[in-house]
Design a protein around this ligand. Sequence first.
Ligand code: C5P
Length: 396
Amino acid sequence: MESLMRLLLIVSGSVALKKSFDLLNKLKINKRNIDCIVTRSGLSLIKSMKIEDFKNIKIYTDDMQLKDNNRMLHIELSRKADVVLVYPASANIIGKLSNGIADDLASTTLLASNKQIFICPAMNVEMWQHFSNQKNIAKLKKNGVNFIGPIYGNLMCGETGLGRIADSDLIADEINIFFSRKRLLSGMTGIVTAGPTIEPIDPVRYLSNYSSGRQGYSIAKVLAYMGANVKLISGPSNLMPPTNVDTINVLTAKEMNEAVFDHLPSDLAICAAAVSDFRFKNFSLEKIKKNNDKSFSLDTNPDILYNIGNSAQKRPKLVIGFAAETNRIKYFAKNKLSEKKCDWLLANKISKTDSVFGSEYNSIHFFTKKLYEKWPKMSKILIAKKLNNKILDFFE
Ligand code: C5P
């Protein structure tokens, strides 16, 4: 079903704008409900593209603002829109918004906007990592601007690194979720654990796993879209913490367990973290040498999900766990559901050829005490949305 929302698309000067039409086709929105501002540098790039691609979309440029000064286009366009999407976003436009610079139609409209802004950056890896760009982003995120991407990969400039625009499928999934959001979880509190934990053995080494944190971060993001007050308790992850989510960073399973219990009670807990089951019994203050004894003793870590599910005083109304399994998925999932006393369990298969860790996609076996569903492979943000629909039904 198409959204009734109105989108303001701001296209800045990055070669990634070639992909903007592909993105627009994936959004559940009628082209007539899209206004598009193109910056001067974006315009020169667009001229080399098939202009029919932008047919049915109203395009606004700096010239129009200059010609008709009385019209106050920046106010008109920002008020008409429900959502503002900057795609692709150059370091320049990010910098302008972050520092209150308004010297063209795009930057003036962004500054005048009173709507949710999504920014999809695309730039060279060094530009992305530049301290001044990172400072600008941190400021925008702190003030509620949402970022999607960038991702790691080959860049248009020929270099490789973080700076490639996120896949249009993933951006469309996220914007479509935002379009369809209902703030039905307003006033509710949720705890989400995400990422790996690390268990140190000496000052330079640790035991950990390949978890990226992406599934948990996506869940936290969608819960926040729905109005929930979310605490994301995360092990080390390279992902940007989601906007409007309170992120608490931890390293070890013990720290994660403590952080979770410090933030309980809550209405809902979702344990998506890949917690290390063991920790080293003896932490060596000195770096362990090659010729040392190679046997290490391990202690069992606290099982956070078990502790939450079995807590007499602090158990949330809804407790959800995950399980990554290499074999006998149903058997292990059902056991975990009852042992850890969680209400729902989302299991996924891990194999050598299809590692879910670090991927943007996942396929889920969903279990409750009474129900089993197989969810097809989809983006982790869509899994978060599907799970969220079930959460909404539960609390209705
Ligand atoms: O037992 P297993 O590690 O497979 O269980 C997976 C589920 O339990 C996940 O939801 C994970 O976040 C949670 N877990 C935990 N603390 C542990 C181990 C797992 O919360 N120490």
